[in-house]
Design a protein around this ligand. Structure first.
Ligand SMILES: [Zn+2]
Ligand SMILES: [Zn+2]
Length: 287
């Protein structure tokens, strides 16, 4: 099994891709992508600052388990900055939630981050409605912890040795979270399929004809749908467990940045809901 250890997370590419897709009116995702751009810029600065504030030593946890330690010393202050940023520039419900979090104080904020670090994204969480007015507390908590800990997980994960290869696992071999996306990467005259972790962004190879939720491997029960507006995005569905995996096909659009193109795929989510399919794991903004 191949594991992609991409090394440094490329936030600049994410930011540029978000700005580019925001300009495409047929996607109707301008607002979402502009807000994502603000978040990704924060994450980029944080990711770069980690190297300075933490250095290179002692980053990888001694136990070899990504989730075993959270270094609150390099997280909490930045978390305060994230809350302030979203309080000022986030859409209504999120801005309000950010202010409520600020008033909780560092001890409680540390607990929330610690809890997410231990168990976040191991269960399905659609992230639904994170941008809606009536978003639930838990959804909000997960949003802030996820936005904060994504670059942290990518940084610490990048300092670790790659996990031991296992064949076609449905969960991240490094941190046990559910996959966020499928990614088809060009190989030969086709594409090789990888799953991307929703928590630490690791990618691991996965068979093409296989449900990433229940292991169904009968091709007739695994229909694939493609949207007109974004032909490089695939909805890989499973009739057996009624889940779907959104897959970014880099053989069709080599400029796509999977994490970002996924955020722009709003029509897909609405369609999936109507068809009765559930996403294995939702993205940061629940789109
Ligand atoms: Zn992971
Ligand atoms: Zn299935």
């Amino acid at each position: 099994m191949t594991i992609l250890t991409a090394g440094k997370a490329n936030y600049r590419a994410r930011i540029e891709r978000a700005a580019g897709l925001a300009e495409r009116p047929e996607l109707a995702a301008r607002e979402i992508l502009s807000f994502y751009g603000v978040l990704a810029n924060f994450q980029k600065n944080y990711y770069e600052a980690l190297l300075k504030s933490w250095g290179k030593n002692g980053v990888a946890p001694a136990s070899g388990d990504l989730r075993s330690e959270l270094n609150l010393g390099v997280v909490l202050e930045a978390f305060g900055e994230l809350l302030e940023l979203v309080g000022e520039r986030g859409p209504g419900a999120l801005a309000e939630a950010a202010r409520a979090f600020q008033s909780k104080g560092w001890a409680r904020q540390g607990e929330i981050l610690g809890e997410f670090w231990k168990t976040g994204l191991m269960q399905s969480d659609s992230g639904a409605a994170v941008l809606e007015e009536d978003s639930h507390h838990q959804t909000m908590r997960n949003f802030f912890a996820r936005a904060m800990l994504q670059p942290y997980a990518e940084f610490v994960g990048g300092a670790m040795l790659p996990p031991a290869p296992v064949m076609t696992v449905c969960r991240c071999p490094r941190c046990n979270a559910l996959p966020l996306l499928g990614v088809l990467r060009p190989e030969g005259d086709g594409g090789k399929r990888f799953l991307m972790c929703s928590f630490c962004s690791l990618e691991w190879e996965f068979r093409r004809i296989l449900c990433a939720k229940c292991g169904e491997d009968d091709e007739k029960k695994l229909p694939v749908y493609v949207a007109e507006q974004m032909p490089h995005l695939r909805m890989e569905c499973c009739e057996t467990c009624k889940h779907f995996l959104r897959t970014v096909d880099l053989t069709k659009d080599g400029n796509a940045v999977p994490l970002v193109d996924d955020l722009a795929a709003v029509p897909f989510s609405l369609w999936a809901e109507e068809m009765g399919y559930q996403r294995i794991q939702g993205n940061l903004l629940g789109t």
